[in-house]
Design a binder for this molecule. Structure first.
Ligand SMILES: C[S@@+](CC[C@H](N)C(=O)[O-])C[C@H]1O[C@@H](n2cnc3c(N)ncnc32)[C@H](O)[C@@H]1O
Length: 282
């Protein structure tokens, strides 16, 4: 399948998340493909559900990996689903994708059939009651089916530890300053999903972590990804940062400035993604 880079349509997106998801998918496409390749499926799945699909990073990787499969892509954001449908038409796979708008925090989930693979990437930690969500997935999976939970240890890092020169360590201080926001809004981020999946009735078939360390100087997608991520981080961290750090961050975010993050020759993307493969008993 030809993954033409999808450029942002800001009108679909109020807080910039859709653009970041698309850039994340573009920059980490190889790593996502490696995760789907690793999945310990017994036979190629025919019916897949992508929970909290966003703009389709996992959906399109799974369609590539399993050419005989159809996917129900579920999300609470109508804008994300609209963008996913646009992409599936552009890629010529719209006959294999159905989108469903649903809030998975509600007790009534839409009819998701009896899938043989359920995929949830960076979405389970958003659930108000993830343990309940895992039990619901266990109930809907076909016997012997697989649930792949992909989560990130934390947001990606883009700058060396000693950058920028006038405020070394700025990026880590920004993440520390945003900690209160994250503890309140996404308290399950960084959880160990293995024991949670076992408690929900699954048996664990494996766990794999991929380490991402991509050199990105001069790469427009990496630059836009770093810029968008740090803009969102600023919003969450600004109240807890010193005025000196805010000023240094704003210089990085000013795309007209010679200090702009887009002009740095030491830009990288460093992060980790872990997938837990959990099976429902036959
Ligand atoms: C970090 S994004 C990940 C998107 C996508 N899976 C990916 O890997 O790019 C989390 C997604 O979960 C969705 N989400 C969060 N809470 C949800 C809920 N209660 N019901 C359905 N979707 C939800 C968000 O709208 C968002 O698209």
């Amino acid at each position: 399948m030809n993954h033409a880079p999808h450029r942002p349509h800001p009108q679909h997106d109020t807080d910039g998340q859709a653009d970041i998801l698309d850039l994340d998918a573009e920059v980490l496409a190889g790593h996502m493909a490696a995760l789907t390749q690793w999945l310990p499926v017994r036979t190629p799945p025919r019916e897949i559900v992508d929970l909290g699909c966003g703009t389709g990073a996992g959906t399109f990787a799974l369609l590539d990996r399993f050419p005989g499969a159809r996917i129900r892509a579920v999300d609470a954001s109508a804008g994300h689903l609209r963008r996913l449908r646009e992409k599936s038409r552009a890629l010529g796979v719209d006959d294999r994708v159905r989108t469903l708008l649903a809030d998975l925090d509600e007790s009534d989930w839409p009819d998701l059939g009896s899938p043989d693979l359920v995929w949830a990437s960076a979405s389970m930690h958003h659930m108000a009651d993830p343990d309940q969500a895992l039990r619901t997935v266990h109930g809907l999976l076909a016997p012997g089916g697989l649930f792949a939970v992909v989560e990130l240890a934390g947001p990606p890092r883009f700058l060396p530890a000693d950058a920028p020169r006038e405020r070394p360590g700025l990026e880590e201080r920004c993440h520390a300053a945003a900690q209160q926001f994250h503890a309140h809004h996404v308290p399950h981020r960084g959880a160990d999903w293995g024991p949670k999946l076992t408690a929900a009735g699954f048996s664990l078939d494996g766990e794999r972590t991929v380490t991402v360390d991509i050199a990105g100087a001069g790469d427009p997608a990496v630059g836009a990804y770093a810029l968008g991520t740090l803009q969102r981080l600023r919003h969450r961290a600004v109240d807890a940062l010193s005025t000196y750090d805010v000023a240094a961050l704003d210089r990085l975010l000013d795309t007209d400035s010679p200090h702009s993050i887009l002009r740095r020759d030491d830009l990288t993307v460093r992060t980790e993604r872990t997938v837990w493969a959990a099976r429902r008993h036959d």
